[in-house]
Design a protein around this ligand. Structure first.
Ligand code: NAI
Ligand code: MG
Length: 802
């Protein structure tokens, strides 16, 4: 062969078609006459009202793959009842037996991995390369990993038990993987589940169900699958039986679910959207970073909640980087998902394609510049996509942070790029979002990369890598990306309830006549709040008086209003960064100092507590003692509530760092004037949060405690204390405040419900007692749960030896 010919071969080197056969998957669909019912109680059931909907192949929208049952409330109820019946036997099985079932599930999926990969690709539109090499292997790994937790649960989670039926609702972007993320931990812990797949991608879940019947022989009712749309999801959310709802999907639906579950006492985890930054420094390995971008935003056509959709490039290399990126984009192959040589498949659905088209159009109208590879055939509307819902890889430059495309989740193969000059600017831009799901940081300078990783507000940070997942590493968001974690030890706590022995402390009783305590010291700091380290008069100069239960007047305290809340939150925000950055050692010292100062005023607090709550002096004295000890407890925990290093299969250190939530608003319990207040303030401050607390019935004790705070070197703004005659109303104002990150509410059911509903603005985390008494004097009062509520885990993936 002559040289020129060889050279021309090399020049034009191209891929031939390498299709994976759909035959086996199609045969399976045929076997079911292309029609599926619900999987309830271990067998198939036709929908109660006979309604079906179609699921299609997004690469060939004319190709209806199957008809799938539309779940009615009756169907949902049947599934929930089946799960309820299965709970008792399943949860009482030895952990080892449950482990064997999970192991069997992993093995069955492995045996059927090829057909599952094909089915997933057909139903979703994603490439076979991804389903085969990423989705399905991760699914298998997830069941293996959680088989381990089933085995170890009794030893590793003493004092915890499964709560019952878990309702799970998943999206269409990773149908089988999200199923695994939801089901594996829940059943490992001993719960039973009802799962609703997304209406666009139900097939792999149905194949999975069949595996449970034919091969795993899982006891009926442990896993139930009800198909249907948002209405079916709603019925599942509104069903009274499930103790927990786990949702992954849009922030919009996440809000609806938060609202629907407010006041029900149901445990809720939400994994919502993102607009994750992808940060490239000038000292990055640029070739790797380019491949990182490809993986970050064109993996799964960008329909990834943690997609690196906001690229931030250091200005000095920006022009070169964009240039190289465009060259790389021109080489991306987009087409038939079942072709093994394709980089990109089809967008999942017509509505999703519409959304991408709408947002990219808006991006151009707002002045950003859109670029697509010259050979790309652009989708103009879903109707114009005869050969499938394809959308080309797309890059936007000249993007302003205020542009819609820089703020909203597009959920498509669309990258928006911006530049920065300094690391500080990069962090600021990265955090300039409502979301906080993930981030990717590229630099060969480890100091810089880890410093930036630390400062970014996100649940996962990948250093010199992106879109890596593993069962051992918890995944979930900060801020409006939701709350709760899936995977890892953290994820197990989300499917378990902590059980406590009944309170042992002797019931405190009112003093007999003659034992009554009179206040010996004058309360002279009336009308004041603690805001920003200062004694501040109420904005409206309002006040209310505190009397003892027998009606004796004790003192006058300030009545907080909306403006006072605003001032307190602002003070907390100002203090937040420095306090969060301070060392745990430093915070511990301050808590010990608080304890010391409280102890030195033991008698005075004993009197106030006794007078205000009408208990015997010796009970009050005991409460003061317990509070001193409580401060010691959290001072000790400050540097002992450690993070973890997760052993993942790839050569990476995954460091689970525990970070402060930020600003926590709290309404302290009424039952323990001093202990109740300090038991929430101390752990929150210990973990690096700033606090805005409101006290009501026992406001006088709180006001007294202000002086202790002031004498203990607590930095201004770290603890702010308000008093109000209707503390629930003020807690509500705090819950509505957009700059508060979490609310803890210990009070009535109605108050809990209101706070949960008000929290949906910025999707703040809530922790409410829902009218149940919290045993502050018992083990519940120092549960690690409190520390978990005061922190959020950030997993930082650091590669080595690659
Ligand atoms: P979606 O949030 O509506 O759907 C997710 C799941 O929730 C599906 O199973 C759906 O049937 C169910 N659902 C819908 N309404 C419900 C309700 N009221 N109560 C209970 N369940 C309900 O997401 P959709 O419409 O498929 O996609 C819309 C946008 O959401 C996308 O463009 C994307 O931006 C975002 N999204 C984000 C995901 C993520 O993982 N972060 C996943 C899917 C979508
Ligand atoms: Mg489909």
């Amino acid at each position: 062969m002559d040289k020129a010919k060889v050279a021309s071969f090399l020049e034009n080197l191209d891929y031939g078609p390498a299709p994976e056969s759909a035959g086996q998957a199609q045969a399976w669909l045929k076997l079911h006459n292309e029609q599926f019912g619900h999987f309830v109680g271990g067998s198939w059931h036709t929908p109660s009202d006979g309604t079906y909907f179609e699921t299609l192949d997004p690469a060939h929208p004319d190709n209806i793959l199957a008809k799938v049952a539309q779940g009615s409330p009756t169907d949902v109820d049947a599934a929930v009842q089946a799960a309820r019946r299965a709970f008792e036997p399943w949860s009482s099985l030895a952990g080892h037996i449950r482990a064997r079932y999970l192991y069997a599930i992993a093995r069955a999926i492995a045996r059927h991995s090829r057909i599952l990969a094909v089915l997933e690709s057909l139903d979703n539109g994603k490439t076979i390369r991804e389903t085969r090499d990423i989705d399905v292997p991760l699914v298998i790994r997830h069941f293996y990993y959680h088989a381990g937790w089933a085995q170890l649960m009794d030893r590793e989670f003493p004092g915890h038990r499964p709560g019952g039926v878990v309702a799970q609702i998943i999206p269409w972007n990773f149908p089988l993987l999200m199923l695994a993320w939801k089901i594996a931990p829940a059943i490992a812990a001993g719960n039973t589940v009802v799962l609703k797949p997304a209406e666009f991608t139900p097939l792999s879940a149905l194949y999975f169900a069949e595996l449970l019947i034919n091969e795993v022989k899982l006891p009926p009712g442990v896993i139930n699958i009800v198909t249907g749309d948002g209405q079916t999801g709603r019925a599942l959310v509104e069903h009274p039986v499930p103790w927990k709802i786990a949702f992954t999907g849009s922030t919009e639906v996440g809000r609806l679910i938060r609202s629907a579950t407010a006041g029900t006492g149901k445990h809720l985890t939400l994994e919502l959207g993102g607009k994750s930054p992808f940060i490239v420094f000038d000292n990055a390995d640029l070739d790797s970073a380019i491949e990182g971008v490809v993986n970050g935003i064109w993996f799964n056509q960008g329909q990834v909640c943690c997609a690196g959709s906001r690229m931030l490039v250091q200005e000095s290399i920006s022009a070169e980087f964009i240039d190289r990126l465009k060259q790389r984009m021109s080489k991306l192959r987009s087409g038939t998902p079942l072709d093994k040589a394709m980089d990109m498949g089809a967008i999942n659905s017509a509505p999703q394609l519409e959304k991408i088209l709408r947002l990219t159009k808006l991006g151009q109208e707002q002045g950003a510049v859109m670029w697509q590879p010259p050979s790309a055939t652009g989708a103009k509307s879903p109707e114009s996509c005869e050969s499938g819902y394809f959308f080309p890889p797309t890059l936007f430059t000249e993007v302003q942070p205020s542009h819609t495309i820089a703020r909203e989740e597009i959920f498509g193969p669309v990258l928006v790029s911006m530049t920065f000059r300094t690391p500080g600017e990069a962090v600021e831009l990265a955090n300039n979002t409502r979301y906080g799901l993930a981030a990717s940081v590229w630099s060969q300078d480890i100091d810089l990369a880890l410093d930036v990783a630390r400062r970014i507000k996100a649940g996962t940070v990948w250093v010199n890598s992106t879109n890596l997942f593993d069962g051992a590493s918890g995944f979930g968001g900060y801020r409006e990306s939701g709350y709760g974690r899936e995977g890892g030890r953290e994820g197990m706590y989300e499917v378990l309830e902590e059980v406590f022995p009944p309170p042992t402390s002797e019931k405190r009783r009112s003093p007999k006549n003659g034992e009554r305590v009179a206040l010996t010291t004058e309360i002279d700091r009336t009308y004041r709040f603690l805001i920003g380290g200062k004694l501040v008069r109420p904005d409206a100069a309002g006040s209310f008086s505190i009397t003892s239960p027998d009606g004796t007047f004790l003192g006058v305290v300030g009545e907080a209003n909306r403006k006072d809340v605003r001032a307190a939150v602002e003070a907390a925000r100002n203090a937040s960064k420095a306090w969060g950055d301070s060392t745990a050692h430093n915070r511990a010292q301050i808590l010990y100092f608080l304890a010391e100062n409280l102890a030195s005023q033991h008698d005075r607090f004993k009197d106030t507590v006794a007078a205000e709550s009408g208990i015997r002096p010796e009970d009050a004295a005991q409460e003061v003692e317990m509070t001193v000890e409580r401060l010691f407890h959290w001072a000790a925990m400050t540097d002992k509530f450690e993070g973890t290093v997760q052993p993942v299969p790839s050569r990476r250190l995954v460091c689970g760092l525990r970070e402060a939530v930020g600003i926590i608003g709290m309404r302290a319990a009424d039952e323990w004037p001093l202990l109740g207040l300090v038991s929430v303030i101390a752990p929150a401050a210990a973990m690096g949060n700033c606090v805005v607390a409101v006290a009501g019935r026992h406001a006088l004790t709180s006001v007294e405690f202000i002086q202790v705070i002031q004498n203990s070197d607590v930095p201004a703004g770290v603890i702010n204390i308000l008093t109000a005659s209707k503390p629930d109303d003020i807690a509500l104002v705090i819950a509505e405040h957009e700059d508060v990150d979490a609310v803890w509410f210990f009070g009535s059911e109605a108050g809990s419900s209101a706070v949960e509903r008000a929290s949906i603005g910025n999707m703040k985390r809530t922790w409410t007692s829902n009218g149940r008494l919290f045993d502050w004097a018992g083990p519940q009062g120092i549960s690690r749960r409190i520390a978990r509520e005061a922190t959020q885990v950030k997993n930082v993936w650091v590669p080595y030896g690659v």
